[in-house]
Design a protein around this ligand. Structure first.
Ligand code: N1C
Length: 249
C-alpha cells in the first residue's frame, strides 16, 4: 500500500510539473496575438523530449525558430552580457529598445528550466542539468539557437550593454561573445554601440583589452562605438518617461 501511495503521489507530482510548464509556455505565448501556440509548443517539445538531457544540440531547435522567428525592429536591438538586471529594468520601463526577451521565444522561455529523459515523452523541470553541467543541455542550446537567430535578424544601429564592473566586459565564451557578435552582418548592421555600465568601483573602461578583441571579431564595415555610462544614470532615465530615448546616454 505504501508503494502505491508513494507511486500515485509521484505520478501526480510529475503530471503536475509537466502540465504547469506547458501551461506557462502556452499562456506566455498567447500574449503574442495571432501565434499558433499549440504548433509552437510541439516544435519546442520535439527538440528535447525523449532525449538524453546532455545531448541536445542547438540545431534541434531549428524547427522551433522556424515556427516563431524573432522579428526585431531595426535600430532598437539591445544585446547584453552580464547586465541582465539593469537591461531588463530599463527595457521594461521604457519603450526604447527590444531584447530577445521581447520576442516570442525569449519571453516564453525566460527564467524557465526544462529537459526530457530517454524513454519518456514528458517534460521535466527538476533534475535537469545546470548551465555548466554539460554543454549540450536543452536550456543552454535553446539560448544559443535563439540568440543566433536574433543576431542574424539584427539590422541598423545595434546597442550592447556590457558590464564595466568586471575585468573582461567582453567575454569570448559568453553567448554575446561566441554567437551574437560573430553573426552581426555588415550588409544589414551599420554600427555596434557598446554601453559600458559602470558603478562607483569602475573596473573596466572603454580602453579595456577585451573590447579590442570585440572589435577584431566584428565584421568589417560595422562601425564600433563605446561609451561609459553610470548605472545610476541608466536607472534615472528608466524612471523618466519624459526623457527622449536618444538623450539617456
Ligand atoms: O551569455 P551572455 O550573457 O553573453 O548572453 C546574453 C546574450 C544577450 O544579448 C541575449 O540576446 O544572449 C542572449 N541571451 C538571452 O536573451 C537570455 N535570456 C536569459 C542569453 N542568455 C539569456 N538568458 C539566461 O542568461 C541564460 O539562461 C543564461 O543563464 C544567462 C546568460 O547570461 P550572460 O552570461 O550574462
Amino acid at each position: 500500500l505504501v508503494f502505491v501511495i508513494v507511486g500515485v503521489a509521484l505520478g501526480v507530482t510529475l503530471r503536475h510539473e509537466n502540465d504547469t510548464f506547458q501551461e506557462t509556455f502556452i499562456s506566455r505565448c498567447e500574449k503574442f496575438k495571432g501565434s499558433d501556440c499549440q504548433k509552437i509548443w510541439r516544435a519546442f517539445e520535439q527538440a528535447y523530449v525523449g532525449r538524453d538531457p546532455c545531448n541536445v544540440p542547438m540545431e534541434e531547435y531549428n524547427p522551433l525558430v522556424a515556427a516563431a522567428p524573432p522579428q526585431p525592429a531595426c535600430n532598437r536591438i539591445m544585446l547584453w552580457s552580464k547586465t541582465k538586471d539593469v537591461v531588463h529594468d530599463f527595457t521594461e520601463k521604457r519603450d526604447c529598445f527590444g531584447t530577445l526577451e521581447d520576442t516570442l521565444l525569449g519571453s516564453v522561455l525566460d527564467d524557465l528550466t526544462w529537459c526530457g529523459k530517454e524513454g519518456s515523452s514528458e517534460t521535466f523541470t527538476t533534475g535537469c542539468p545546470g548551465w555548466t553541467d554539460c554543454e549540450k543541455n536543452p536550456v543552454r542550446s535553446f539560448w544559443y539557437r535563439a540568440s543566433a537567430a536574433f543576431a542574424d535578424a539584427a539590422c541598423g544601429d545595434v546597442t550592447a550593454m556590457l558590464n564595466g564592473s568586471i575585468s573582461t566586459p567582453f567575454y569570448p565564451t559568453s553567448i554575446f561573445g561566441s554567437i551574437e557578435v560573430k553573426r552581426l552582418n555588415s550588409t544589414r548592421v551599420k554600427s555596434l554601440n557598446v554601453v559600458l555600465v559602470t558603478e562607483q568601483n569602475e573596473v573596466a573602461n572603454c580602453t579595456n583589452a577585451s573590447l579590442k578583441d570585440l572589435q577584431k571579431e566584428l565584421d568589417k564595415g560595422i562601425k564600433y562605438n563605446c561609451k561609459e555610462v553610470e548605472k545610476s544614470q541608466i536607472e534615472e532615465c528608466a524612471s523618466d518617461p519624459q526623457k527622449p530615448c536618444g538623450a539617456c546616454w
